[in-house]
Design a protein around this ligand. Structure first.
Ligand SMILES: Cc1ncc(COP(=O)(O)O)c(C=O)c1O
Length: 382
């Protein structure tokens, strides 16, 4: 691009307003049914630890193909709870991919662990080739983030974990509905976590999260941890927290889970459209297209491109009505020097200077996507 001057995207397209995520539509697109859910829960006075939560947990466990799911306050607490339940001790090192939300590392920190950042690869996921040389006698967990609605190469990560006697916990906050070799995100290690933040693939109307596991002991420990340390008979069995998923949010999530597969399908259609329109632009590096890799079934929580002149492209899209987002404000976790990280991860740093999230959510029309692409093409004069 040799000029960043204002241009109309094409002679035929008129200016549209395409927000990065359409928060009002989360409610408005299904208003009547959601109001019924509220009315039902409110009429029963069922707010905390009630049957809707149990139903949601059972449905979520079934969806993921695991024995247990536990609704908790949010995706950050979900990570802390599974690490605490698994016996993380002060100073234990936890390897995580630096291209993730700060929540991943802060959850490790507040569970007593030391977060150790690892590089991402060209697919923006934890790079299995950068894990082994970071393992020390203090390392206990590998905690990959299943980022952007995609799973890491879990075969490679599992092989490393087995070789070094480490446990895997997955931050799958962004990955409900995504699979690796037919296995659902969050189910490859001792436990996996989800976030139901409104903009997530399955979003509620506030904060919400869950942990999934096949381990009964971990499950029972987390049941107590999330509810003030109370055991099944109400006795205090351990120090605990208040980290319960609200029953009302669980009721909304139960309702939304029924049509969740279609939501993922729509996200995949949008990703295909982006791929068809943008793959010939040499200044862009695109996410892997749906069905391009048989081992992966991606849910496209995000569509994260790398772009030459990223900041100018973002500004140009904004001028033309298109909302975009630079994930984590353009910094990987190890780049927050105030937190004491000393590592330099050149691949990740280059990536974070180029990464940009395009709008991808079920409220976008095909015409919206075509419009976004036409603006990008106009920017690069293609
Ligand atoms: C990768 C990742 N990890 C953890 C979280 C934390 O989830 P929550 O906001 O529900 O605490 C998020 C949410 O944005 C996330 O994207």
């Amino acid at each position: 691009m040799n000029s960043f001057t204002q241009q109309t995207p094409s002679a035929t397209s008129s200016l549209r307003k395409i927000p990065f995520f359409n928060y009002p539509q989360l409610f408005l697109s299904d208003k009547e049914r959601l109001q019924q859910v509220f009315e039902d829960v409110g009429t029963r006075g069922a707010y905390i630890l009630q049957s809707d939560l149990k139903t949601f947990e059972d449905n979520l466990a079934k969806f993921c193909g695991v024995k247990y799911a536990l609704g908790v306050a949010d995706g950050t607490m979900a990570i802390s709870l599974i690490l605490m339940a698994a016996g993380l001790k002060q100073g234990d090192e936890v390897l995580f991919c630096s291209h993730t939300f700060i929540a991943t590392a802060s959850a490790i920190h507040f569970a007593g662990g030391t977060p150790v950042p690892v590089e991402c690869g060209p697919d923006h996921m934890m790079d299995p080739g950068d894990i082994e040389h970071r393992i020390t006698p203090k390392t206990r967990f590998i905690l990959p983030t299943q980022l952007n609605g995609r799973c890491c190469d879990m075969e490679k990560i599992q092989a490393i974990a087995t070789k070094h006697n480490l446990q895997i916990v997955e931050d799958s906050a962004q990955a409900l509905g995504s699979y690796f070799k037919g296995q659902h995100a969050g189910t490859f290690g001792i436990g996996g976590t989800f976030s139901f933040y409104p903009a997530k693939t399955l979003g509620c109307f506030g904060d919400g999260g869950a942990v999934v596991t096949n381990d009964e002991t971990l499950y029972k420990t987390m049941l107590a941890l999330r509810d003030h340390g109370r055991g099944e008979n109400g006795d205090i069995e351990m120090w605990g927290l208040n980290s319960r998923l609200d029953n009302l949010q669980a009721a909304f999530l139960n309702h939304k889970l029924q049509s969740f597969k279609e939501v993922v399908q729509r996200r995949r259609e949008i990703a295909s459209l982006y791929h068809a329109e943008l793959s010939s632009i040499p200044q862009l590096h695109l996410p892997i297209a749906p069905d391009a890799q048989p081992n992966h079934y991606d849910a496209y929580q995000n569509y994260e491109i790398e772009a030459e002149n990223r900041d100018q492209l973002k500004a140009y899209l904004a001028e033309n009505g298109v909302g975009t987002l630079i994930q984590w404000g353009g910094k990987a976790v190890h780049q927050f020097k105030a937190l004491g990280f000393k590592e330099s991860l050149p691949f990740t740093e280059k990536m974070t200077s180029r990464g940009l999230l395009l709008p991808i959510h079920p409220f976008l029309s095909n015409e919206d996507v075509t419009y976004v692409c036409s603006v990008i093409k106009a920017f690069y004069e293609i």
